[in-house]
Design a protein around this ligand. Structure first.
Ligand code: NAD
Length: 259
């Protein structure tokens, strides 16, 4: 892929890259020419993704790589970003690491609330900060894409999910705040807001035909999103094609939010 959508020569970090949207984003960015650092809690599954990406052969200096990283742990994030930066200053960061703990708000334990906030919100902040520091120090600028959700732009959905909805809503405004703060350094910050996407994240829902019917009923395009469709929007926001776009959240939602 060339031209406006090319990431040739770019080092890209993808968190949560071992599965689902992150794995699809890693592949799409690599197909656009990026060297991808696939970060995940699970290094083995991250390596299984990194080893199959197109680009330089595994083991060569320009090859994609896999690193263990817990985005909710500051030391783990700092160590992983330092390891990537030894190869090259990252030009792109895509934050896909995320979790949901689905309870009624009145039954939601504090420990569950804190866990979701730590991974979805604090985790996205910690790695955005670590990567932006490198981009600013090197004077290179770059592009950061957060993964929000339609649940960050609406209180609806098929089940109660207050901590998830809260963190995704906060990510939308973190995207605006960081975009404004870092624009002078040439760093663009945007987000995607997917509807339900066919990944292990919603496995419990995929197994319930009546829940699937509800999702189709509330989605004008009447289907789930595929991870590759979210990855395509991520590539747009990460690439020079979106050179004048910053601070925005792009729904990939089959029309959900247009209603
Ligand atoms: P997934 O479960 O397939 O993948 C998530 C990955 O994140 C996993 O590989 C997991 O190991 C990793 N991860 C979890 N906690 C982590 C941590 N602390 N540090 C590092 N890695 C961690 O899920 P997915 O569907 O690909 O979701 C990716 C993102 O998209 C999430 O932020 C999710 O909230 C968001 N999203 C998903 C959907 C959906 O329906 N699948 C919809 C909207 C938004």
């Amino acid at each position: 892929m060339g031209g406006l959508f090319s990431l040739d020569g770019t080092m890209a970090i993808v968190t949560g890259g071992a599965s689902g949207i992150g794995a699809a984003a890693a592949r799409t960015l690599a197909e656009a020419g990026a060297t991808v650092a696939v970060l995940d809690l699970d290094r083995e599954r991250a390596a299984a993704v990194a080893d199959t990406l197109p680009g330089a052969p595994s083991g060569s200096p320009a090859a994609s790589m896999a690193l263990a990283c817990d985005v909710a742990d500051e030391a783990s994030v700092e160590a992983a970003v330092a390891q990537v930066a030894e190869r090259a200053v990252p030009g792109v960061l895509v934050n896909c690491a995320g979790i949901a703990i689905r309870d009624a708000a009145t039954d939601h334990p504090l420990a569950s609330w804190n866990k979701v906030v730590d991974v979805n919100l604090t985790g996205s902040f910690l790695i955005s900060r670590a990567v932006a520091r490198r981009m600013i120090a090197a004077g290179t600028g770059g592009s950061i894409v957060q993964t929000a959700s339609i649940m960050g732009l609406s209180g609806g959905g098929v089940y109660p999910n207050v901590s998830y909805q809260t963190t995704k809503g906060a990510l939308v405004n973190m995207t605006r705040a960081l975009a404004v703060e870092w624009a002078g350094a040439g760093i663009r910050v945007n987000a995607v807001a997917p509807t339900y996407v066919r990944t292990p994240f919603i496995k419990a829902l995929l197994d319930q035909p009546e829940v699937m019917e509800k999702i189709f009923a509330m989605t004008p395009l009447k289907r789930l999103a595929e991870p590759e469709e979210v990855a395509a929007a991520i590539l747009f926001l990460a690439s020079p094609a979106a050179g004048m776009v910053t601070g925005h959240t792009l729904p990939v939602d089959g029309g959900f939010l247009a209603q």
